[in-house]
Design a protein around this ligand. Sequence first.
Ligand SMILES: [Zn+2]
Length: 287
Amino acid sequence: MFSGIRETAARQALVLPRLAKLASRPPQCLLIEGGSAQERLDMARYWACVLNCENGHDPCGSCQSCLQIADNAFNDFLLIDREEDEKSGKKKQDISIESIRELLPVWGQPPHGRGTRVTVVVEAQHLNGNSANALLKTLEEPRPGNVFVLTAPQRERLLETLVSRSWVITLSWPTQLSNSPEVSGWVDSMLSFWRSGQGWFEKSSAKGALDKELAFMIVNGCQRELINALRDPQSSRPADAMAGLFDAKGLRRLDLVLSKAQESLNYNVNPALVLDWVCTAAMPRRR
Ligand SMILES: [Zn+2]
C-alpha cells in the first residue's frame, strides 16, 4: 500500500529535499539509518519511487511504478533479506552469500523499465563476513542502471568499507530523544551493574517488575544512549558514563548484545532473563 510510504515520508519530511536533490545523480549506494526498521524500509521504497515514478521525482503514489513498488511487485525493485528457517519459520541469523550471488546476473543486465533498478539490503547489519564481502565486490563494479540501498539502525553496525561507499541518510528517531524516567532508572541500574557488579539483579528479579513491553523500551533506551556514547558522549549523563565504562570494542559488543536481546524479546523469551543476560554478556572487561 502506498499510504504507508506516504505516512512515513510525511513523518520524515526533513530528508525528502535531500532525496529529491540526489535523484538527478543517484549515488550508487544509499545507507538509510535511524528511525525504526519499518520506517527505513518505507524510505527505501520511497527512494525507489523517486527514481521510477512515471510522473517525475516527486512520487505520485498512483502510477503503476509507485503502486507496484509499494506492493513488492515491481520488476526493478529487489529486496535482499534474511531467509526464513523452514522448520521454525523464524528469520535466520544472517543474510546468506547465496542471496547476493543469485542476483549477480540480474545486476549485469539493464533495468526492465525506463527508471533505475533499486536493490535494498534489508537491515544490512545481518550481513555476515562472506555476504558483506560479496556485496562490497558488487559495489566496486560499475552497475549501470542499478543503485543499492542499505538499511541499518545506525552506521556503526556495518563494515566501515560499506559505509564509506554509501551516501548516508539519517532518519529521526521515532520517539522522544530522551528516555522516560522509568526507563532511565533501569538504564542507570545497568550502568551501575557494569561499574560495580551490583544493583541489577535485585531490581530485575522483583516479581512482575518487567514485562515484554518495558523490556523493549529499556533495550531501546540503552541503544539510544549507546548511539549518543558513540557520537557525542557529552550529550547525556548515561552516554557519558557508558563511554567511560566501555572501550570501542566493548561498545560494539554491547550493540550486538542489545540487538540479540531485541530478537529474543520478539521470540517471547522471558524479559527478565533477556535483560539479565544483557547485563552479564556486555559486562566491560577490565582495562
Ligand atoms: Zn508515481
